[in-house]
Design a protein around this ligand. Structure first.
Ligand SMILES: *Cc1c(COP(=O)(O)O)cnc(C)c1O
Length: 946
C-alpha cells in the first residue's frame, strides 16, 4: 500500500475538539444558509467597520498533550506547603468519592443554572441540602444556595441590614476581628452608597444608635471566640440588625449565631471539602431569620409541587430579582458558586453530623496539643479558649520563626509586628505540630494525646443539627456514590444534550482543560501564601491576561471579579474612581438601553450611579436619537453608558461606534458588556470599537463550566487611562472580592483553552459559532419568525418568536420550552430580551447532528401547534400544555386525546437513551406562595420518592 498523508495536522485535532461541525458538515450547512463560504457569511454578518485589522496570533497552538505539559511546567513553579494561615481559608480533605463524582463529573459541572426546574431536580436537591445544612449549623431559619465568597457575602449582609433595619442611621459597624479581606470588601461596597464603615471592638466601641447594623466574626480572625449576645441585644434595642460571620466547622461545636440572636449569618463553606485553589472558587453562605427571608439576595431553592401534586424543587422567584427589579434591585448576584455548594453539601451528607463533629473535635484537639507544646516552650497564646486558631506572642522573633516554619514546609500568618497566627485544620498531623515547635526553637514529640478541650465553656453547642435523614446515609461509599449518581441522572447537562441558551454560551468544557484544577500545585495553594510559592500562578495569570488583552484590545486586565455581574460592578467602580481622580465626582449618570441584561442596571445602582434608560429602535438597536438626547440632557453629569455588543438581540449594531463617540464627546466612559464575546473573539475587539472597559465571562466564552449556576469568573479589561483605577490599584476602586485574583484555579481552564486553540483556532470558533446560529435560523425560519435578523443574518444567537402560537393555538413560550424537555433538550433562554420568545445560541461546539436534532424538535413542536390550529389536536388537552411527560405518564389510566407514544417520543427524543424528567411541570405560583427552603420533613418523603 502506498504511503498516504492523512491530510490533517495534529493541531487540527485540538481545534476540532472544540468545533462541532466537520469541514464537510460545514459545507452542507453553508449551502443551507445560502453562502459560498464561511468567510462570505462572516463578511455579511459582521460589519466591516468593526472588523479587527490584525489576526489574533500568539504562535502555534499546542496539542492536548502539549497543553498538559505546559500546565505541568507552570504547576511546577508553585510550591505546595502546608498552609496553617487560616484567615478564612483552611486545608480540607475532598473525599475522593466527591472529587471524582461531583467536581470531576461533567454531569454536575456542565449543568446550567436550574431555571428549568423539571430538568434540574438533582442539583436542586443538592442545593436544598446545602440550605438545610446552613440553616442547621447557623441556627437560622432560611438560607440561600450560595454566594460568591465570604467577603462579598458580608457586603451583601451589610446591604441587607440597611434594607431590613428600622434604624435610620447611615453607618455599619465591623468587628475589628473580621478577616481583613472582608473589611476591605465591605469598605468598597459601602463607599458609593454613602454609608460610613466603623471598625472597632464590639465590646468597647459599638454605639448601637449610630448604626443600622453590625457584623461580628466568630471565631475571630485571630482565634478569639466571643458571645455576641450582648452587642446583638443592644443593636436590636436600637432597631439595628446583627450579622455574624461564622466558620461552619466551628459551629458543630460552638453555639450558633441564631442562638445569640443574630439576624443574619454568613461565611465560607470552603473547608467542607473544597480545595483552596489559591483563593477560589468556593461557596459562601448566607442564612437569615424568617423576617428577612423575602429580602435575602442570591438564589434560593424552594419546594413546590408538580402537575401531579408530587414534590418538586425550583428556584424561588426572588432569585431573579435583578432581572425583574433592575435598577431598583439591591443586589446584582447572578452566577454564584453552585458546584462548590453542591460539593460542600455532599461533604455534610457524606460525614453526617457525627462525622463533622468528630472532624471539628480532632481539629480542636490538635490545636490544644500544639498550644500546650508552645506553652511548654515558654510562649503565650492570646486566647484562653479557642477553636482551631490561636495567636502566639513571639516578640522580635517573628520573622525568624516564620522563616523557620517555611523551612519546615509550613506557612503561618504574620499578625502585627510581634505575633504569629496558627490555624489547624482537617489535614493537620502530629508532624506539623512538631515542625512548628522546631520552628519556635523546641525539639519535642507530639507526646500529649490527652483529650483536653479549651473551647469556651459558655459557648458549647447543645442544640442538634443535620437531623434530616439525608445526612444519615449509612456511610458506605456505595450508598454515597449511588445517591450522587441518582441526582445526576435527574438532570440534563451538556454531557447529554446541547443547551442552546442565548447569552449564556454553553459550550464545550474540554476534559483536558478541566484536569489541572485537581492538581495539588493549583488546588492546594493558600491565597495568602508567600509570593515565592505562587510563581506558577503568577506566570499563568500574566500570560492569560496578555492573551485576553490581545483578544479584547484593552491595555490592562484585572482577574479579581469572580462573576460577570461582579465584573460589571468592578468596571463601573473603575470608571467612578477615574472621574473622581479628575475632580469630576459629580458624574453619576449611567445610560443603559432597555434591552440590557438585568445585572447592568443593578450593578450601576450598587456603584452609586443613577440609571437613565435609553429606548430601543423597532429593529432592536439602541435608538440613537434617544441616546443622543439623553446623553446631551445629562452631559454635565454623564459618567458612562453601558452597552452590550453584539446587542442582546444578537445583532452587530452598525451604530456602536457612534454611541461610543457621543459618550466620549460628553466626557463619559463606555462600558461594553462582554458576555457576548463568543461572537467577537478574533473578529472584532471592544477596545478598537471605542469601549473603555468590559467584563469577560470566562464561564461563557472561555470554557469554564457553568457548574449548575457557578463558579464563574468575570475579569475586566480596561484602556490604559483606566488602569490606575482598577480594583486593588493604589488609586483604584478597592477590593471587590476576597482574593486578589478572584477564583484563580479556574484560570487554568481558560488558559488551556487559549493555548490549545491558538489565535486562529479561536477565530475559527467564533466563525463557526456564527455559522451554527445562522444555520438554525435558516432551518427554523419557515416555521417561526426570526426576530432582529439583518438581511436574514444573525450573529451568534437568534431569537425565535413563539408569540404567534399564543393566539393561533393557545401555546405559550413556556409550553414550547417544556415540550423541548420531552424531546431531550434544555430550553433556550426564555422571554429575554423579548417576552414570549426563545433565544438560541448553539455555540461552535455543537456538531451538525445535534443541531439537526434540535431543529427536528422545534419543527415537531410547530407541527403540533399547527394541529391545534387546524383542530386536529385538542386546544385544552395536548402534549404541549401537558409537557413535560414522565415515566408516571406511561403507566396507569390514560384518558388523553393524544397517545403515550406521541407524549413521550416526539421528534428529537431518543428511544433507548431517552431523557426522563423526574417531575411533571412544576407549579411556580404554588412555590412562591409557600416558600419552603429547607429539606421537607421525612413524612413528606413517603409519597413520590422511589
Ligand atoms: C451572563 C451575563 C451577565 C452576568 O454574568 P454572571 O456571571 O452571571 O454574573 C451579564 N450580562 C450579560 C449580557 C450576560 O449574558
Amino acid at each position: 500500500m502506498p504511503f498516504r498523508e492523512s491530510g490533517y495536522h495534529p493541531y487540527d485535532f485540538a481545534n476540532r475538539r472544540h468545533i462541532g461541525p466537520s469541514p464537510s458538515e460545514m459545507a452542507e450547512m453553508l449551502r443551507a444558509v445560502g453562502e459560498p463560504s464561511l468567510d462570505a457569511l462572516i463578511a455579511e454578518t459582521v460589519p466591516a467597520s468593526i472588523r479587527q485589522r490584525e489576526p489574533l496570533d500568539w504562535g502555534k497552538p499546542l496539542s492536548e498533550q502539549g497543553v498538559l505539559r505546559r500546565l505541568r511546567e507552570v504547576a511546577g513553579k508553585n510550591r505546595v506547603l502546608t498552609s496553617l494561615i487560616g484567615q478564612g481559608y483552611h486545608g480540607t480533605v475532598t473525599p475522593p468519592v466527591i472529587q471524582r463524582n461531583i467536581l470531576e463529573n461533567p454531569a454536575w459541572y456542565t449543568a446550567y443554572t436550574p431555571y428549568q426546574p423539571e430538568i434540574s431536580q438533582g442539583r436542586l436537591e443538592a442545593l436544598l441540602n446545602f440550605q438545610t445544612m446552613v440553616c442547621d449549623l447557623t441556627g437560622l431559619d432560611v438560607a440561600n444556595a450560595s454566594l460568591l465568597d465570604e467577603a462579598t457575602a458580608a457586603a451583601e449582609a451589610m446591604a441587607l441590614c440597611e434594607r431590613g433595619a428600622k434604624s435610620k442611621a447611615r453607618a455599619f459597624f465591623v468587628d475589628h476581628h473580621c478577616h481583613p479581606q472582608t473589611i476591605a470588601v465591605i469598605r468598597t461596597r459601602a463607599e458609593p452608597l454613602g454609608w460610613e464603615v466603623i471598625v472597632g471592638d464590639p465590646f468597647a466601641d459599638l454605639d448601637p444608635e449610630a448604626v443600622f447594623g453590625a457584623i461580628f466574626q466568630y471565631p475571630g480572625t485571630y482565634g478569639d471566640c466571643h458571645d455576641f449576645g450582648g452587642p446583638i441585644a443592644a443593636l436590636h434595642d436600637a432597631k439595628a440588625l446583627a450579622c455574624v460571620a461564622a466558620d461552619p466547622l466551628a459551629l458543630t461545636l460552638l453555639r450558633p449565631p441564631g442562638e445569640m440572636g443574630a439576624d443574619i449569618a454568613i461565611g465560607s463553606t470552603q473547608r467542607f471539602g473544597v480545595p483552596l485553589g489559591f483563593g477560589g472558587p468556593h461557596a459562601a453562605y448566607m442564612a437569615v431569620t424568617d423576617a428577612l427571608k423575602r429580602m435575602m439576595p442570591g438564589r434560593i431553592v424552594g419546594v413546590s409541587i408538580d402537575a401531579r401534586g408530587n414534590r418538586a424543587y425550583r428556584l424561588a422567584l426572588q432569585t431573579r430579582e435583578q432581572h425583574i427589579r433592575r435598577e431598583k434591585a439591591t443586589s446584582n448576584i447572578c452566577t454564584a458558586q453552585a458546584l462548590l455548594a453542591v460539593m460542600a453539601s455532599m461533604y455534610a451528607v457524606f460525614h453526617g453530623p457525627d462525622g463533622l463533629r468528630a472532624i471539628a473535635q480532632r481539629v480542636h484537639r490538635k490545636t490544644v496539643r500544639l498550644v500546650k507544646g508552645l506553652e511548654s516552650l515558654g510562649f503565650r497564646v492570646d486566647q484562653a479558649s479557642f477553636f482551631d486558631t490561636v495567636t502566639v506572642e513571639v516578640g522580635p522573633l517573628r520573622d525568624v520563626a516564620l522563616r523557620a516554619a517555611v523551612a519546615e514546609g509550613i506557612n503561618l500568618r504574620a499578625v502585627g509586628r510581634t505575633k504569629i497566627g496558627i490555624a489547624c485544620d482537617e489535614r493537620t498531623r502530629p508532624e506539623h505540630a512538631e515542625a512548628i515547635w522546631r520552628a519556635f526553637g523546641g525539639e519535642m514529640r507530639d507526646w500529649s494525646l490527652l483529650h483536653e478541650y479549651r473551647l469556651p465553656e459558655n459557648l458549647i453547642r447543645t442544640s442538634p443539627y443535620l437531623t434530616h435523614p439525608i445526612f444519615h446515609l449509612n456511610r458506605a461509599e456505595a450508598e454515597m456514590t449511588r445517591y450522587m449518581r441518582r441526582l445526576a441522572d435527574r438532570d440534563l447537562a451538556l454531557d447529554r444534550a446541547m443547551i442552546p441558551l442565548g447569552s449564556c454560551t454553553m459550550k464545550l468544557n474540554a476534559t483536558a482543560e478541566m484536569m489541572p484544577l485537581s492538581w495539588p500545585e493549583f488546588a492546594d495553594i493558600h491565597p495568602f501564601a508567600p509570593a515565592d510559592q505562587t510563581r506558577g500562578y503568577a506566570e499563568m495569570i500574566a500570560d492569560l491576561s496578555a492573551k485576553l488583552a490581545a483578544i479584547t484590545g484593552y491595555d490592562a486586565i484585572s482577574t479579581q471579579p469572580n462573576s460577570g455581574a461582579q465584573g460589571e460592578y468592578a468596571g463601573l467602580l473603575t470608571i467612578r474612581a477615574f472621574h473622581r481622580a479628575r475632580g469630576e465626582a459629580h458624574r453619576d449618570i449611567c445610560l443603559i438601553p432597555t434591552s440590557a441584561h438585568g445585572t447592568n442596571p443593578a450593578s450601576a445602582q450598587m456603584a452609586g450611579m443613577k440609571v437613565v434608560v435609553v429606548a430601543s429602535a423597532p429593529n432592536g438597536d439602541i435608538d440613537l436619537a434617544d441616546f443622543r438626547a439623553k446623553a446631551e440632557k445629562h452631559a454635565d453629569s454623564l459618567a458612562c453608558c453601558m452597552i452590550t455588543y453584539p446587542s442582546t438581540h444578537g445583532v452587530f449594531e452598525e451604530t456602536v461606534r457612534e454611541v461610543c463617540e457621543i459618550t466620549h464627546a460628553l466626557g463619559g466612559q463606555v462600558y461594553l458588556d462582554g458576555a457576548n464575546l463568543n461572537a467577537l473573539v478574533g473578529l472584532a475587539r471592544p477596545g478598537d470599537i471605542g469601549s473603555d472597559v468590559s467584563h469577560l465571562n470566562l464561564h461563557k466564552t472561555f470554557c469554564v463550566p457553568h457548574g449548575g449556576g457557578g463558579p464563574g469568573m468575570g475579569p475586566i479589561g480596561v484602556k490604559a487611562h483606566l488602569a490606575p483605577y482598577l480594583p486593588g490599584e493604589k488609586d483604584g476602586a478597592g477590593a471587590v472580592s476576597a482574593c486578589a485574583f478572584g477564583s484563580p484555579s479556574l484560570l487554568t481552564i481558560s488558559w488551556a483553552y487559549c493555548l490549545m486553540m491558538g489565535g486562529a483556532g479561536l477565530t475559527q470558533a467564533t466563525k463557526v459559532a456564527i455559522l451554527n446560529a445562522n444555520y438554525i435560523a435558516a432551518r427554523l425560519s419557515d416555521a417561526y419568525p426570526i426576530l432582529y435578523s439583518r438581511a436574514g443574518r444573525v450573529a451568534h444567537e437568534c431569537i425565535v418568536d413563539t408569540r404567534p402560537l399564543r393566539d393561533s393555538a393557545g401555546v405559550s413560550v413556556d409550553d414550547v420550552a417544556k415540550r423541548l424537555i420531552d424531546c431531550g433538550f434544555h430550553a433556550p433562554t426564555m422571554s429575554w430580551p423579548v417576552a414570549g420568545t426563545l433565544m438560541i445560541e448553539p455555540t461552535e461546539s455543537e456538531p451538525k447532528a445535534e443541531l439537526d436534532r434540535f431543529v427536528a424538535a422545534m419543527l415537531g413542536i410547530r407541527a403540533e401547534a399547527r394541529a391545534i390550529e387546524e383542530g386536529a389536536m385538542d386546544r385544552a388537552d395536548n402534549p404541549l400544555l401537558r409537557a413535560p411527560h414522565t415515566v408516571e405518564d406511561l403507566v396507569g389510566d390514560w384518558d388523553r386525546p393524544y397517545s403515550r407514544e406521541q407524549a413521550c417520543f416526539p421528534p428529537g427524543a431518543f428511544r433507548v437513551d431517552k431523557y426522563w424528567p423526574p417531575v411533571n411541570r412544576v407549579d411556580n405560583v404554588y412555590g412562591d406562595r409557600n416558600l419552603v427552603c429547607s429539606c421537607p420533613p421525612v413524612e413528606s418523603y413517603a409519597e413520590g420518592e422511589g
